[in-house]
Design a protein around this ligand. Sequence first.
Ligand SMILES: [Zn+2]
Length: 414
Amino acid sequence: METEYSHPRRGKTKKKLKVFRFLTVLFVILFIAAAAAAIYSAISSSNEISGLKSQIDGLRKEISDTTNENLSLKSKYSDLEAQNDELNKKYERLNVDTETFQTTITSLQSQVTLLNEENEKLSTDFKEISDTLDTVRNTNKSLTDRNSTLSSQVSKLNSGLTALQNENSALRKIIESSGLSVPEEGGTDEGDKKVTEQNPATSGKVAYLTFDDGVSKYTNEILDILARYNVKATFFPNWKGNSNEKYKRMVDEGHAVGNHTYSHEYADVYTSVSGFKSEITRLNDKIKEVTGYTPVIFRFPGGSNNTVHRNYNKDIMQQAISTVFDLGMQYYDWNVNSGDADSSKGASKSTILSNVLARATMDKAVILMHDTNTKGTTVEALPEIIEGLIAKGYSFGTLLDTDAPVVHSLNPAN
Ligand SMILES: [Zn+2]
């Protein structure tokens, strides 16, 4: 216990104690505060470390996961690469296969096309042959009819001749009995003489040169060549106008001039029977007008078994043939095609020459050639054709000759 009263010295000590106590307390407070701060700091840094540690662990795990994932992706990638290689190889093989297939397909396609074409051609040929057969059958029938008509005419003429001979001998007897002189039997006849001159054949092989579609810029040249070889030929011209002297030369120089229709226009010739008939009579009239001669032989444009008439009137041919006969005419095709009209560009001289000489194998060769402005090679080949035929033993005749063959062709041409 302190005493109540004070002592100056004691007071001074008291004061010092107070200060000391105060400082001590302050110091303790400060110390506690510092310790608390240190403890707090230690605690909080320890928390932070453990946080970081767990973060690091997390990252480590993440790295290891990523690494694993990466490894797995790498292996997948190499698998895919291998697959890709394999697919590439397959693709290349397929490419090769595809090319092979395409080549095969192309070749098969062209084979199919060829077969189709051939098939079509065969069908057409078959149809043509059937039609030709029909025409030939019909023609045959017409000819048989005509033949029987002619036979009956011949027998009538024969009986007329016998009657005349009887009359003649009766008259002879009367004259003789009256004491007058009687001329010898027979006598000269211009027509007979002409026929004999035109048929000097001794081998029996006769070539009948025929020229269709005239007249042309080559007509005079053809006539000159024929004159040079003293060969008579047969012309089946159309009407070309302003060429009177060419038609006249044909007749004057002893060639046979037939009828090949006025225009040769298939539409005009083969659409109707009346049109067909008028195509013949118009040309006959014109030729008569400029030459004085009326043709009695005829050649169908395209030949009698042409297929072109079907484009205009498929049933016309039989009636057309009858029309020719009704006009008192005969028609002629050919059995040797020079081929000079086989191509629109024209055949070469050597082709025409070899065609004629190779195809003329029969005793009576009716040779088809053309007299048009595009057939210069025919004219070039003509001298050698004549010489070649002579070398093969042929003489020459015209289709007006009494023993000329009535050739009905099976080869369509112009
Ligand atoms: Zn013709």
